[in-house]
Ligand binder design. Sequence first.
Ligand code: TYM
Length: 344
Amino acid sequence: MADFHPRVFSGVQPTGNLHLGNYLGAITKFVALQKTHECLYCVVDLHAITVPQDPAELKASIRKVTAAYLAAGIDAKKQIVFNQSQVAAHAELAWILNCVARLGWLNRMTQFKEKAGKDRENVSVGLYDYPVLMAADILAYQATHVPVGEDQKQHLELARDIAQKFNLDFAASIAALGLGDAFFPLPEPLIQGPATRVMSLRDGTKKMSKSDPSDYSRINLDDDADLIAQKIRKAKTDPEALPSEVEGLAGRPELDNLVGIFAAVNDETKAQVLQAFGGANFSTFKTALVDLLVAKLAPIGAEMSRLAKDEAFIDGVLADGAARARAIAAPVVTAVKDIVGFVR
Ligand code: TYM
């Protein structure tokens, strides 16, 4: 396999409130990776419209996710922050990759099955095709590394399968054009740490999600200190004290979740958290967790609200990012057209 320039790509949908799962599973990773990598962080608005959106709310959400990226510490001058719909390469490449991906592969996508539910005949074609657009997002930049939460693992595997099939199907054309033995890298998912799957605060067996009808199931990035405290105090727990070792978390999903959150926010392991809190009762642990979350999230929430109000600034960041993203993606799409055999 050819050597590819290391490049990070990831995205967040501008739908509903950003929550602690998005923050710990994805955004904190985005922030860390910019120290070592060239990164593109996208607000995936084309993905958002796979389910109905109110146009005014969609616009506000795009700006809000952008504000969250910046408030969390992403440097939009050094890295590229943009919204997907401003870069035509995503949709263009998605079509070509639609003709590479196999129906059987998409039929196996569990997230589609969950999202479509019983109303399968009535959902948009876009919802079904969602993972192919995701592959196009990544491959338009020949990105090599993709930080995501656990729930995106299957989509990333699909992106690798699509990249590999394109490389194989067009191997002769790629070689004839002098483009080496593989055109697309096989993007590597980065799914690490104690909070790759943050669970609902009301039910430790369900993922924390934007679409959960109960706001008490999640901590939103812009919740204020009082609301964070209330939500943690009300979070479901069990009557036992905290164990001293990780094995003691087995069968206690709500506790496991809170310990994972504590560990991720404090940049330590679950074992370290339990060393400190083993034997403690829940109220002691929850008080410490509230203090930690408030210290971490309150400044981000405040900065997010401040930035989101400055529409001209946010729109400027997105336009600048989109121009730089286009410059990377354009030659990739041109090469793909040559490889496929289009006249241009
Ligand atoms: P989205 O918008 O649902 O979520 C954004 C990121 O947050 C992660 N995440 C979680 N991590 C831990 N615990 C949770 N409870 C939790 N909920 C969400 C997600 O895994 C994700 O990393 N399809 C993607 C967006 C996307 C994308 C891409 C990602 C579009 N194109 C290309 C990477 C590369 C999505 O819907 O994320």
